[in-house]
Design a binder for this molecule. Structure first.
Ligand code: FES
Ligand SMILES: [Fe+2]
Length: 372
């Protein structure tokens, strides 16, 4: 929210990111350096990493990260072999040793190549050589259902980075332990176009008139927590009634902390929602290129053994799929326009866009270093 009241001219409402920054590969490169590498990025789910040798991979721009379970300990590395630079794990998730598929170098929990076929005759690598050929390691921490990685060596821990959001995330995850929805969506837009769509409610009546507009009253309030921000709103009477009925019939163990609706932006690229103290969604919006991104969206539901549970899950999944499809279509339309707008001015941000303003200012402050 502006400290000095609403601006008086439209020029004073201009955002901090020019249209041209929504499609240039050189801008994405700078973003990876200055925005993504210094942030704690969610790279996946603890659920996928429960057993020894379970792994996940995560791709941001050209960078691939592997997280691997070594006898219960999770480690994150650059997913690039020290020998001739092959990817080491090539699937999004699975269970196999941290072993390069090319010439079978095998890595240990420190990222040191331990098993090197024909080492004596082919390389003669000593213990010290092997240690200096260790994979690049990244900082890793977990919170709730999620695994976070920081690619830069220095910086605050996850708790310091998330601030108050840390506790909120723990609370949402404890309230909603079961993953009931998974959706992966490739969208032809810049990741910032996607994030900005995900953090404003102004488009609900036009884009989501048959879905989300029915759920939330329009008087949403914003709060910021460092680089992160929330918006909070009231459920419509119709939605309140639906949730009350559902909570009773599915015997949901709901939380009293957020009985209506709250959405978090975890800077830079995660948007969460928490509805009726019972349903938590978590969307990662990850750039694949300057004009494409992948959304990984999951939904998590409160415990409850009532007979209506399966039906509730089916409704929530159908609803999420509809909202994501509506957002995909409009984000792609927005991207086509922003591409034509070229490097001109930034967008006009009204009071209804105050979370976008916060996001853009945070982004611009990080990117100033990059001189873009
Ligand atoms: S490239 Fe990995 S073992 Fe050769
Ligand atoms: Fe939307």
């Amino acid at each position: 929210m502006d400290d000095h009241g609403p601006p008086t001219t439209w020029q004073a409402r201009l955002g901090a990111i020019p249209a041209g920054a929504y499609g240039r590969e050189d801008v994405l490169e700078a973003e990876i350096e200055h925005v993504f590498k210094s942030s704690w990025l969610c790279v996946g789910f603890i659920e996928d990493l429960k057993n020894h040798n379970d792994f996940i991979t995560f791709q941001v721009g050209p960078h691939s990260i592997v997280v691997q379970n070594f006898k219960g300990e999770l480690k994150a590395f650059r997913n690039v072999c020290s020998h001739r630079f092959s990817r080491i794990q090539t699937e999004p998730r699975g269970n196999r040793r941290l072993q390069c598929p090319y010439h079978a170098w095998l890595y240990d929990a420190e990222g040191i190549p331990r098993g090197i076929p024909d080492n004596e005759t082919a390389f003669g690598l000593t213990e010290a050589d092997r240690a200096s050929l260790a994979l690049k390691a990244y900082a890793l921490e977990t919170c709730g259902h999620f695994v976070f990685v920081r690619m830069k060596d220095d910086g605050p821990g996850l708790r310091g980075f998330l601030g108050q959001v840390y506790d909120e995330l723990v609370h949402s995850c404890e309230t909603c332990p079961e993953r009931v929805d998974n959706l992966t969506l490739d969208v032809a837009c810049n990741w910032k176009t996607g994030v900005e769509n995900g953090i404003e409610a102004y488009h609900f009546p036009s884009v989501h008139k048959d879905s989300f507009a029915d759920v939330l009253e329009t008087d949403v309030r914003m709060n910021s927590y460092g680089p992160h921000c929330t918006h909070e709103g009231r459920l419509t009477e119709k939605s309140r009634h639906w949730w009350d009925t559902v909570a009773a019939r599915a015997r949901l163990k709901t939380s009293d902390r957020h009985r209506d609706y709250i959405s978090f932006l975890i800077f830079p690229n995660v948007v969460t929602t928490f509805t009726a103290g019972a349903f938590f969604t978590f969307q990662m919006l990850v750039p694949a290129s300057a004009t494409t991104m992948r959304i990984t969206s999951t939904g998590w539901l409160a415990e409850g053994a009532g007979p209506a549970r399966a039906g509730v899950i089916a409704s929530l999944k159908a609803f999420s799929a509809q909202v994501r499809a509506e957002d995909k279509a409009i984000s792609e339309a927005a991207q086509r326009g922003v591409g034509e707008a070229g490097i001109g001015r930034a967008a006009i941000l009204g009071e209804v866009d105050n979370r976008i303003r916060h996001f853009q200012r945070t982004y611009a402050a990080r990117m100033e270093l990059a001189n873009v």
